[in-house]
Structures are given as C-alpha cells and as structure tokens.
Design a protein around this ligand. Structure first.
Ligand code: FO1
Length: 305
C-alpha cells in the first residue's frame, strides 16, 4: 500500500503520474485541510477537491484547480448582488461544496464526504482529509490576520508573511484512517507541496509525526523548492517567515527526523552532500513536471528511490 501526503496543485500533478504506474486502489492520499474555508455559508475544501478532480481527470489542467470548462454564472450573479467574488467557484464545482455542506449538516464527517464525492467521480484511490476537525491556516501580514486563501488568492501572496497560525490545531486530531494509512503503508510519498502550509499542517496534527517515525514504511519526499524557488505558490514567503532560507536543504531539514529519502532537482545537485549530512539518502533527478511523461518518470523515480 502506498500513502501520499498532499497539498494542492503540485501534489495532484505528481499523483496523476503516480496512478498511471500503480494500481490506484493501492493508494491513499492524506490531504491538507488547512485551506478549508467557510464561504457564502459553504464549506470549501480546496486541496481535497483539487486532488479528487485531478485523479478523476476532470480538473482544469491549466489552472490546476476547479472543473474543466466550468461556467461561473452563480458567481457573476452573486457579484451583481454585491458580494465579493475573489475566490472563483465554478457552477459545477459549487455542487461539490453544496453537497459537502449539506452532508456536514446531516452529521457526516469530512472523510465520509470525501469518499462519497471521489467515488461518485470514479476515483479509486482513497482520499483522506487529514482531520475531520475544524482546522484553518491563517496568515498575518501588515494588513492583519486573514485566511490563507485570502492571502494567496485575494492578495496574490504579495505581502511579507509576519505570522502563520493553524486555527484549531490544538484540538484537531488526525482521523483514524490517516493514522492507519501511515502505519500500514509500505511506501510513504511526501508530494512536492508547500512544506509549511500544506505538508506542515499534516505534520502538526497530534500523533502524525510519531506515526511517521514509527512506521516501517519507506518514506520518500520530493523537494517542492528548486533552485531557491517554489514551482508554484508562496512557499518561499512561508519558509522566510520561519527564518529558513528558500532551499531544498531547508525543506529536507523540516522532514529529516522521519524521512528516509529526499529527491532534489538536477538544479540543486550541488546540495546533495549537504543534505546527506542530515542523515538522509539524497537522489537527484528532473523534478519539473511539464508533461504527463515528466509526471510518470518522476513517480517511477520516487517509487524506486
Ligand atoms: N486558486 C486561485 O489562485 N484562484 C482562485 O480563484 C481559486 C479558486 C479555487 C476554487 C476551488 C478550489 O478547489 C481551489 C481554488 N483555487 C484557486 C486553488 C487554491 O486557492 C489553491 O491552489 C490551494 O488552496 C493551495 O493548495
């Protein structure tokens, strides 16, 4: 069994290559829910939907999120009624959020709902929200405290990150399914997602770090930082907020106490020895996923690392 820890777009792109070379039923994906947000009275789960839509083959490939060829009539009408519409919810995407919100009201958990939605989309992998408990990543900038999505989407992650807080983290527990998928895995893949607010949120849940240290699975991470910059998203600003420089080494350090293998891009080959000093095996390859073939070869490389 393979268990992957995932955030949003970068992870989903990697996973879409992985499922082409394994039996998708053998894959469990633990997904970050720190981006979850209440919007218009709906419970939005951006990363869970990105992973589900991508594995279902319906994601908008160019953007990496939302449903391909979706319309935005709901949003434009809502704008006409005077609402802010900076977070682009498509009309088909809206059904997912409406379904999730209604089912939550009926007492189902985020895990049960993710299973129902992904199964209805034909996804064979097991999609596991990292927790069923309330958990939101908040960012503080000079303009004050805001939800991660407001920082990332509305403000375009323009400002320096002064503080990162995980609202709910003191009470949020990983689901039993999440802990089980870590304990029972033969291989655990840490996808190339934001190490602070996508993977970091999963790691901060009570018991996850210990489970990762104790599992006899082989644990392999792919660096989301290449040549001193993230492929996508604000990981650089997050690392700087933690006082870390923006490098593959910094990410390796965040994962070193439970990790076996760290995969870095050819552009960072010069960091290999330095990262090995953290007690990690380091493998070097092309980690930039431009084509479907890139995703498949990176997945193959990771599985045999
Ligand atoms: N990202 C954007 O940059 N702009 C958007 O308008 C946007 C809408 C959106 C709607 C549904 C969804 O599941 C994801 C969406 N995302 C959007 C992506 C999201 O902000 C980030 O990619 C993840 O939260 C980061 O992992």
């Amino acid at each position: 069994m393979i268990t992957a820890l995932a955030g949003g777009v970068g992870a989903a792109r990697f996973l879409s290559g992985l499922v082409k070379i394994i039996d998708e039923k053998d894959l469990s994906v633990i997904v970050n829910t720190g981006d979850d947000m209440q919007l218009y009275g709906l419970h939005i789960s951006p990363d869970v939907d990105i992973v589900s839509y991508t594995l279902a083959g319906i994601v908008n490939e160019a953007k990496g999120w939302g449903i391909k060829d979706d319309s935005f009539n709901f949003l434009s009408s809502l704008k006409g009624l005077g609402y802010e519409t900076w977070f682009n919810l498509g009309d088909r995407d809206l059904a997912t959020h409406m379904y999730r919100t209604l089912k939550l009201k009926q007492g189902l958990t985020l895990t049960q709902i993710a299973k129902e939605v992904s199964t209805s989309l034909g996804v064979k992998a097991t999609i596991l929200p990292m927790t069923n408990d309330p958990f939101e990543t908040h960012i503080t900038t000079k303009d004050g405290l805001m939800h991660f999505e407001e920082y990332f989407v509305k403000k375009g992650s323009a400002d320096e990150v002064l503080k990162i807080t995980f609202a709910g983290s003191e009470n949020a527990n990983p689901s039993e399914e999440v802990l089980g998928s870590i304990k029972n895995a033969e291989t655990i893949l840490i996808c190339p997602s934001n190490p602070v607010v996508s993977i970091g949120t999963i790691l901060c849940l009570k018991g996850v770090h210990d489970a990762l240290k104790q599992t006899c699975a082989r644990k392999i991470a792919i660096s989301p930082i290449v040549a001193g910059a993230p492929i996508k998203g604000p990981a650089d600003k997050m690392l700087r907020n933690l006082g870390l420089d923006v490098s593959a080494y910094s990410v390796a350090k965040l994962y070193a106490d439970f990790l076996d293998v760290f995969i870095i891009d050819n552009a960072d080959a010069n960091q290999k020895q330095h990262i090995e000093q953290l007690g990690l095996e380091v493998k070097v390859t092309n980690t930039i996923m431009k084509t479907p073939e890139d995703k498949i070869s990176l997945a193959k490389f990771a599985l045999t690392a």
